[in-house]
Design a protein around this ligand. Sequence first.
Ligand code: CP
Length: 312
Amino acid sequence: HDHLITSKQLSREDIETVLDHASEIDADPSSVAGRHAETLLGLLFFEPSTRTKMSFETAMKRLGGDIVDMGPVDSSSVKKGETLADTVRVIEGYADALVVRHPKQGAATMASEFVDVPLLNAGDGAGHHPTQTMLDLYTIRENAGLDDLTIGIMGDLKYGRTVHSLAYALTNFETQQHFISPESLQLPREVVYDLHQQQDGAGIREHDSLEEILPSLDVLYVTRIQRERFPDENEYQKIAGEYQIDADTLEAASDDLTIMHPLPRVDEIAPEIDETDHAAYFEQAHNGVPVRMALLDLLLSDDKGIRGEADE
Ligand code: CP
């Protein structure tokens, strides 16, 4: 069975297979209703979640299946010291696929080595969040198109796992990626190195200010500063509140600019932007359902699958 651990493993063809299927489902949800009756999806969330967890649950139920949920860490046997490896080995006996979110980078890769059912990474620390990337790509394709795209990705690029997964996936397309952050929250150097390997370096630029690049952007992807990942609260306080956007910021933007955010937001996007044509972040969150329905349908159907490459 396929696992989905990072977006590095995905080709353009894999991505388009998922997005095209999500479009079909979006246009006619009844086309897949009941297709996975009797199927159980195991949810293992070792970190908080609203969107990822609930949209996976919605997606599985809309496909006719159901979920089994480990529930909060505090009420599970994780509290008694059970390892992640043992936990996934037990729950694969209850469920047909597993969704795992964990605070440790690399946790999903490790967990996938202990199970035979498909395992989907729903976020591993500051590592990856590939199913978020699929709904991000879907939203970009709907609003701006995925080729000839100029995108700005702003905020916490160091700890932001949605950013890491999105940046890798975008190298499959004709994109100019502009990364905007304080120096202390730049993309990890190994990610920049990898991106240069995957795409002609001309497609990748780093900036410390949005101002110089904003007018040229088709999409601005804003992220939350990941306070919970800072080893030192003082370091967080030094940059908290920077890199926010409001109506004044957008005076220099194209009328067609699409603003995205994986959510939850804290104060990065002023609420006054929500009612403008720029705002796509709630649509983006809603796209989580058809996109995760498409992913689950492909991963749970023996004749489909989403990729030909070996597991990472
Ligand atoms: N975007 C995202 O992963 O949101 P949740 O943390 O609420 O799942």
